[in-house]
Design a protein around this ligand. Structure first.
Ligand code: NAP
Length: 285
């Protein structure tokens, strides 16, 4: 019998996950379907019960349901609990279990960015922290990764209280690591922070709004934008013009999907080949 999988979110029609997962299911000869499932905010609990009845085995969870998915799961990985959100569920009997693969997806993208671009993490501004702009859902996965890596980090966000909240959560989790998340700032501090940081992660939705930042000279430093497609093009173009090396979030998207797929089926799909296919789709959209 064909096994059922899907991605739950709102909106969901734009999601690349069905394209990615259906491709891998075909490639690995897995008799399964992966469907987009639109679910309004507040409707996840009812939907999960319904999907259980219909025999769904696994789900990806996207905005706005990631926190609620963790709350509803019977068990969760330490990673998902630390991040406070789940993007991957799998079912055993009537119980759903949760993980968060955004963090290893981000980590994979960051490692490849430094490797592929041959950017030395410490070359340009030694001893300076990484700069994360943004403190929303995606920044949580970044914070988890940097906490794990003991990477000194400054969080700069429009609403400073949101950055403070994020940092206080992670300070508690990584209490043993002294270097990391001491610095929180508002957007007015951005010019000085951009000048002095080791590298930048953009975890804001600025590119989706047709905006970027005022970029100082990059001197070959890295900007890793978590968005992709047109949003990333808009955000990253002025940075590139100012001498930054730029990476978008498409690899993170494919990698987080690959970690979910491995969780469900025990096989790790080919991230590189998929990234080429997904980039073609994004560029022709
Ligand atoms: P979110 O929770 O809504 O957070 C949005 C962030 O952007 C917040 O920090 C918000 O600041 C900031 N922001 C929004 N409008 C702003 C403005 N006009 N000026 C300055 N800051 C502004 O969204 P998210 O889920 O974290 O997503 C953030 C980005 O990551 C998006 O581009 C998304 O596409 C991308 N993403 C990529 C992946 C991937 O797999 N590649 C996965 C998840 C997310 P406030 O706190 O002040 O509101």
């Amino acid at each position: 019998m064909t096994a059922l999988y899907g991605v739950v979110g709102n909106p969901i029609a734009h999601s690349l996950s069905p394209f990615i997962h259906q491709g891998w299911m075909r490639e690995h000869g897995i008799d399964a379907e992966y469907l987009p499932i639109q679910v309004a905010e507040g409707e996840l609990e009812r939907t999960l019960a319904e999907l259980t009845d219909r025999g769904y085995q696994g789900l990806n969870i996207t905005m706005p349901h990631k926190r609620e998915a963790l709350r509803l799961a019977a068990t969760a990985t330490t990673r998902a609990q630390s991040i406070g959100a789940a993007n991957t569920l799998w079912r055993e009997g009537d119980r759903w279990h949760a993980d968060n693969t955004d963090a290893p997806g981000f980590q994979h993208g960051l490692a490849r960015a430094f490797g592929d671009l041959d950017v030395d993490r410490d070359l340009h501004v030694p001893d300076e922290p990484a700069l994360v702009v943004g403190a929303g859902g995606a920044a949580l996965a970044v914070a988890y990764t940097f906490g794990d890596d003991n990477q000194a980090t400054t969080f700069c966000n429009r609403t400073v209280a949101n950055a403070e909240q994020l940092v206080s959560v992670y300070d508690a989790i990584y209490a043993g690591n002294p270097a990391r998340f001491r610095n929180v700032a508002g957007m007015e501090a951005l010019p000085a922070l951009l000048k002095n940081c080791a590298f930048v992660v953009n975890a804001t939705s600025l590119g989706h709004m047709g905006q970027s930042l005022d970029w100082p000279e990059g001197c070959g430093r890295l900007v890793y934008d978590l968005s992709y497609g047109k949003a990333a093009d808009i955000f990253l173009a002025p940075a590139r013009d100012a001498g930054w090396q730029t990476v978008d979030g498409l690899r993170m998207l494919v990698a987080q999907a690959a970690f979910s797929f491995r969780r469900w089926f025990g096989v790790k799909p080919d991230i590189e080949a998929t990234l080429v296919r997904v980039r073609e789709v994004v560029e022709t959209a």
